[in-house]
Design a protein. Structure first.
Lengths: 463, 174
């Protein structure tokens, strides 16, 4: 059971159920604020840069990128892994905290899931463009065809990856959407605008809140939650096999799957923190996303940061302990020192050291510092992927093929474009979709009131 | 055909559950309960059963068998390839795709089942009894022709247990 006196209130202020719907729906009913248009303008400009870069890539080919035959994977794979990592938090948030019965998740899970869907969409663009001839991408679907019939290679991690990402995108989107159906019904039934009533009514799927519907809804959430937990772990493990099953020095380790899964959850939670601080400040959702919520996410980040630090040190230790000179070279001459040392130390400081500041309650409660640290963690996680992809490829077993890698403006534009797409998606979410799961917050609102103490013993603590 | 309903409106979960349990004890037949969020006592009290998790299990079984069978067919029967002296049936590496795609199969088919069984689909017009049930009110719906108790008695029972309103309503039954 959630102990309010120990963990703090889940919702600030004595709110009636009607107030809860009203306050969460306020941004949808209110006039769009000016900063929203400015932010949207910037996002769309960034997106336009990305579209231009994709156009150049499509018409002129991968030669416009800085990748070469040695460093064949550049920013595209770094960004792919980075985005998919961020995309992990939404489902991880909902599922793991649901399994652990953490009631505070209810205020944040909607935003986290929204972020997941947009981030996975951004991620999927990179391998698609990296195919070189993306218009033939359907060759990767394993279906009986007229090309032989030639099948895809079921043993290839790249094919596993394709399956994993498509499944993850579909599943996280449907998980997110079905969570919203009761909230869309609330909008349909409370709004005064006829257009909104029609539009949200369409998306509410005829939801009425009858006990039959809730029964099946709960059953569905149970099934989807249970299997999506497996999916969260397996998708990023599969992403890690893209690296781990190859024989490049620094990649061929058994540490990779757990290391990637934890890293993904780490970067995703950091991005969740970025988003909820924005929601708190820009949309005055502070009553629902209280200091205690931010505090809880920060505590999780300290814990995961320790795991990250352990993983980094384990890698270095094993490189030395293995006695393999290639591993030794990669880690000691090409990561800790060498031309890519900045990225290594950026990764180490931002991911393993900086989040340790969250041990301090004062820092956890200072929204500005929390916001800034969350951005640095995202940067650090980007450095981690740079560190993995570029250092191993640039200096592999054969010194004759060593090469350097510098991104071109096209690659940078592509990345900036996905950043723009992400922020545009998040802005649309802020504006048109209830940012917080209304029904779920109502469910936990009883823990706030005096009345709850008087409930008779037979009343269950219902999750 | 239009049916005559009796609608009890409650302000919070606490009074609703009390009235609901009392009414069941007294032998009142409850047609349906509408709430803004799921309430355990109501879901068990209404004796609704869902078999969606069994359905999900069989979808998973179907998905896993189909996927493994499909990959075996492609890699062993239809287009066997020698690579590095490895067996055609590289079972362990088929597991990866099997897990992920089985989860996808379960999700899609379970969602479809949910949609079909609960009659919830895009653009459906909701049969709303009381529009406040998705916001802040808890509604108990009784069919006046078969509620197992007289109207004044039910009304007073609801009111004793904290109903804020009890009113009659005619609606299309379906």
């Amino acid at each position: 059971m959630y102990k309010t006196e120990i963990r703090g209130k889940l919702i600030d202020g004595e709110k009636s159920l009607g107030q809860i719907s009203q306050e969460i729906l306020a941004p949808i009913d209110a006039k769009t604020p000016r900063w929203w248009f400015i932010a949207m303008g910037i996002s769309l400009a960034m997106l336009a840069f990305g579209v231009k870069s994709i156009y150049v890539t499509l018409t002129q080919g991968i030669g416009t990128w800085g990748v070469n035959s040695t460093v064949a994977w550049g920013w595209e794979i770094i960004n792919f892994v980075w985005w998919i990592g961020i995309g992990h938090a939404g489902t991880a948030f909902s599922i793991f905290l649901l399994i652990l019965r953490q009631k505070w998740r209810t205020a944040i899970n909607r935003a986290a899931e929204a972020m997941t869907v947009v981030a996975v969409f951004c991620a999927a663009l990179f391998p698609l463009m990296h195919m070189g001839r993306p218009w033939l991408f359907f060759y990767i679907f394993p279906y009986p065809n007229t090309r032989g019939p030639l099948w895809v290679n079921f043993n290839s991690p790249l094919f596993w990856d394709f399956m994993a990402i498509s499944a993850y995108l579909l599943i996280s989107a449907s998980f997110w959407y079905f969570g919203m159906v009761p909230d869309f019904a609330t909008i349909r039934d409370t709004t005064k605008s006829k257009i909104k009533k029609a539009v949200y009514g369409f998306f509410a799927f005829g939801w009425t809140g009858s006990s039959k519907e809730w029964m099946r809804y709960e059953g569905l959430a149970f099934v989807l939650g249970g299997i999506a937990a497996v999916l969260v772990v397996s998708v990023h493990s599969i992403v890690s096999t893209d690296f781990a099953v190859s024989i490049e020095p620094g990649w061929h380790t058994t540490l990779f799957p757990p290391y990637f899964v934890v890293g993904a959850i780490f970067s995703g939670f950091a991005m969740v923190l970025t988003l909820v601080t924005l929601m708190k400040k820009l949309y005055k959702m502070g009553d629902f996303i209280t200091e205690n919520h931010v505090d809880a996410v920060c505590r999780i980040l300290v814990f995961i940061s320790l795991i990250m630090g352990t993983a980094y040190i384990t890698e270095i230790f094993i490189a030395w302990y293995s006695g393999s000179e290639y591993e030794m070279y990669t880690f000691f001459k090409n990561r800790i020192t060498g031309e890519y040392a900045i990225q290594f130390w950026g990764m180490f400081i931002f991911n393993a050291l900086l989040p340790q500041l969250f041990w301090s309650r004062k820092i956890r409660r200072n929204l500005w510092i929390v916001f800034i640290i969350s951005l640095f963690i995202n940067l650090g996680m980007w450095f981690e992927r740079f560190n993995i992809v570029v250092t191993s490829l640039s200096k592999n077993f054969l010194p004759a093929s060593w090469a350097e890698y510098h991104p071109t403006i096209i690659e940078i534009g592509f990345f900036v474009g996905t950043l723009g797409m992400f922020s545009a998606g998040v802005l649309l979410f802020f504006r048109y979709i209830p940012q917080i799961a209304i029904a779920e917050v109502k469910m936990i609102s009883k823990y706030n009131t005096q009345q709850y103490d008087h409930l008779k013993p037979g009343h269950h603590d219902y999750e | 055909m239009n049916k005559r309903y009796l609608v009890g409106v409650f302000d919070n979960e606490h009074t609703l559950v009390d009235a609901f349990e009392k009414a069941l004890e007294e032998g009142v037949v409850i047609e349906e309960v509408y709430t803004p969020y799921p309430i355990h006592e109501i879901l068990t009290g209404m004796k609704n059963k869902t078999r969606i998790s069994y359905a999900a299990f069989f979808y998973g079984l179907f998905g896993a068998v189909t996927l493994l069978g499909g990959m075996y067919y492609a890699a062993v029967i239809d287009w066997p390839l020698h690579f590095g002296g490895k067996p055609f049936n590289t079972f362990p590496s088929f597991i990866v795709v099997t897990i992920v795609a089985t989860i996808l199969t379960i999700t899609i088919l379970t969602l479809l089942t949910f949609s079909v069984r609960s009659k919830i689909y895009p653009g459906k017009k909701a049969d709303i009894i009381d529009i406040r049930a998705t916001d802040d009110k808890f509604i108990i719906l009784l069919d006046q022709d078969k509620m197992g108790m007289e109207k004044p008695e039910v009304t007073s029972l609801f009111q004793t247990y904290g109903a804020t309103e009890v009113y009659e309503k005619e609606a299309n039954s379906n």
